[in-house]
Design a protein around this ligand. Structure first.
Ligand code: BG6
Length: 488
């Protein structure tokens, strides 16, 4: 599809930036907060880069006013953040922690005072540890009730102030990393447990949306999904079929449930044949059907390329002792000989000869962003909200004290250009949140993998003063917002 002239972004387009509680807040045990599964997991030797954790992070809990002032000086229209469940309910359920709730209400009030639209994520991976210990976390349906209570408290307190709500952040990523590759809590390598837990999370997502309809009738709610388009390695029909399988397995497996209330047939059948399909109880499918979101949040970093799987199906156990690469979460595939879907040989991951990679081996694929937006919009017919997109890089402070991150500007510029083409194609878009506003803790890569518009002066080992320094990209994004992406 070609266009003579690209169309403008909608007048009220939400230019934003995003973050997550564990990656920025710190204050891990302040003011009555209970521990989360990440507070525990990061303390297991060897799990994170140089043993980094979010105990202090970038101290946003104490510096949120300074951070929001920087957002306002930039002209940011929206800020996506997540709430730490165990700040609100230290035991995950039961007694509410007033100070935790006050913190988020103050944060929201501060954003609103500066005319910045708050976009609130309910779950960005930090399940209260008490629920993991008491119920085995998402493997138990008890946790759905706890999640409902948590949602109820937040809807009640913030439902009149916050319009945009995100239920789960990247369910595909945290379930795969947590239950299949043991690189997130609960540190498991068991696909049966993965699909069982994932189904329970689907039910929790549906309950949260149902309750939202009652309590926040004017609000908008949807999940944020880590979407990666899948390319066939060649035009061979076998490779094309493999790419359809991979799309089904890696994307539709979640998006169909969110939007159509049912699992995709082919993948479900494959999992059933292997004895690892989730247990569906009576009433589950009816519930899933009642919870269509208002929008789909899309997190886009990269997609993947696949070929026909020529490797014989191996058991998950035989694959587990190999090295895992955390850089390819969307295809949920480890490297080389493991690069297949281990329990169901539906496809095999391949290198894409046309794409460059970041320092961390993530493919850079702006056109894939347009492909992603179009695919999702065509399939599900819902407005889209880009809730994450950005470049992780090792930024350096110059002798003059500036950060000249032209590579980040270049990356964002190319992606926003493709997004503008998608808008011109006809994709309905609410907004775009770059990842991230400030530098923050990368779950597994410490502090040197930086994403922010604002540099935070700290390293893995030295917290220093955590001074905030706007980077060159901060000023670039400020101009872009000011002219609504007109001159991109
Ligand atoms: C997304 C997550 O998967 O990717 C973020 O929602 C995360 O929380 C981001 O930080 C970048 O990942 P990483 O591993 O580079 O920090």
């Amino acid at each position: 599809m070609y266009h003579d002239k690209l169309e403008a972004f909608p007048e009220d387009f939400l230019w934003g930036a995003a973050s997550a509680a564990y990656q920025i807040e710190g204050a891990f045990d302040a003011d009555g907060k209970g521990p989360s599964i990440w507070d525990e997991f990061t303390k297991i030797p060897g799990k994170t880069f140089e043993g980094t954790n979010g105990d202090v992070a970038i101290d946003h809990y104490n510096r949120y006013k300074e951070d929001i002032r920087l957002m306002s000086e930039m002209g940011l229209k929206a800020y996506r953040f997540s709430v730490s469940w165990s700040r609100i309910l230290p035991d995950g359920e039961g007694k509410v922690n007033k100070e935790g709730l006050d913190f988020y209400e103050n944060l929201v009030d501060e954003l609103i005072a500066y005319n910045i639209e708050p976009v609130l994520t309910l779950y960005h991976w930090d399940l209260p540890l008490a629920l993991q210990e008491k119920y085995k976390g998402w493997e138990s349906r008890e946790v759905i009730q706890a999640f409902k209570q948590y949602c109820q408290v937040l809807y009640g307190r913030l439902g009149k102030k916050v319009t945009y709500w995100v239920t789960f952040n990247e369910q595909n990523v945290f379930t795969s990393m947590g239950y299949r590759w043991a690189s997130h809590p609960p540190n498991a390598t068991d696909t049966k447990r993965l699909f069982e837990a994932n189904h329970i999370i689907n039910l929790a997502n549906a309950e949260a949306i149902k309750l939202f309809r009652k309590m926040v009738p004017k609000g908008k709610i949807g999940p944020s999904f880590g979407y990666g388009p899948v390319y066939p390695l060649s035009a061979s029909p076998d490779d094309v079929l493999a790419s359809e399988n991979a799309t089904d397995f890696n994307n539709s497996w979640w998006l169909d449930v969110y939007c159509k209330g049912k699992y995709p047939t082919f993948t479900f059948k494959q999992l059933e044949r292997k004895g690892i399909a989730p247990t569906i109880e009576s009433g589950d499918l009816e519930l899933l059907k009642q919870a269509k979101p208002d929008f789909l949040g899309i997190n886009y970093y990269h997609g993947g390329t696949v070929a026909q799987n020529k490797i014989e199906s191996k058991s998950i156990e035989s694959l587990n002792d190999k090295n895992f690469s955390a850089t390819d979460p969307y295809l949920m595939q480890p490297k080389e000989e493991q690069s297949q879907s281990p329990e169901v040989p539906m496809f095999q991951s391949s290198e894409n000869p046309y794409l460059n990679k970041t320092e961390w081996g993530w493919e850079i694929d702006p056109v894939g962003f347009r492909v992603a937006l179009r695919e999702v919009y065509a399939r599900y017919d819902l407005p889209l909200f880009v809730t994450e997109n950005g470049l992780g890089a090792k930024d350096m402070v110059t002798d003059e004290g500036t950060i000249e991150d032209d590579y980040r500007i270049d990356y964002l510029n190319q992606h926003i250009m493709e997004m503008k083409k998608a808008v011109t194609d006809g994709v309905e878009l609410i907004g775009y949140c770059a990842w991230s506003f400030t530098d923050l803790l990368s779950w597994l890569n410490g502090y040197k993998k930086r994403y922010g518009f604002v540099y935070v002066d700290r390293t893995e080992q030295d917290e220093k003063e955590m001074r905030r320094i706007p980077k060159k990209s901060y000023h670039w994004y400020k101009e872009l917002i000011a002219d609504n992406g007109e001159n991109i």
